[in-house]
Design a protein around this ligand. Sequence first.
Ligand code: SAM
Length: 231
Amino acid sequence: MLEILRQGLAAQGLDATKAETLEAFARAVLEKNKVMNLTAITEDADFARLHLLDSAALLTMADFGGKRVVDVGTGAGFPGVPLRILCPDARVTLLDSTGKRIDFLRETCDALGLTDVDCVHERAEAFAAQQRERFDCAVSRAVAGMSVLCELCLPLVKVGGQFLAMKSARSDEELEGAMDAIQTLGGRLADVVDYPIPTAGVTHRVMIIDKVERTPKQYPRQFGKIKKSPL
Ligand code: SAM
């Protein structure tokens, strides 16, 4: 795993000296995965590529240094933990509605010496009541369709900030269907970046949304409504 990480990070132009810490995080996830459902990807090389290098790719698209970043629906810590390992001065909040995953992340971040990471057990739509427009950046992977995801994430981002949604490269229709939601919530599509994951033979996509106006107060709605009638 270490060699795949070193080579992959170098190919991405990122700090390959962080490969050991990324591997230590992988070991913690895979160990806990024996007793808790964290990931279906359990083979070392796949884990390195499809979780760690995929998450790391975000750093090639935006500068997270010194920024407040929230990872919405972080699960086992993707992309938030690799992002924090590779960019130590990013102030990362890991947010998930599943308490056991957040407990695991709190323990693991402490064990890895990532002491300034906030691990928050909360639903994103409820978290917006406390932390509305407080983050420079929201990131999210594999949580919901783009319209729903925008309503969970954009209210957390301050005007001038960005939301980076990690998606499959076959997401043209999903994006098309979310354009109204993006605008209604104060966003503007800035870029769609298709990127190869080093040595994986797969291409993934990041949709980059600029927050250009404040999100109207009625959003986010309760999750039932968001799901029943996406914007
Ligand atoms: N982002 C991780 C990844 O890419 O491996 C985890 C993806 S997992 C499929 C989706 C995660 O989103 C779950 O851990 C779930 O608990 C969380 N989630 C779903 N809806 C949420 C919400 N409204 N607020 C916070 N977390 C949510």
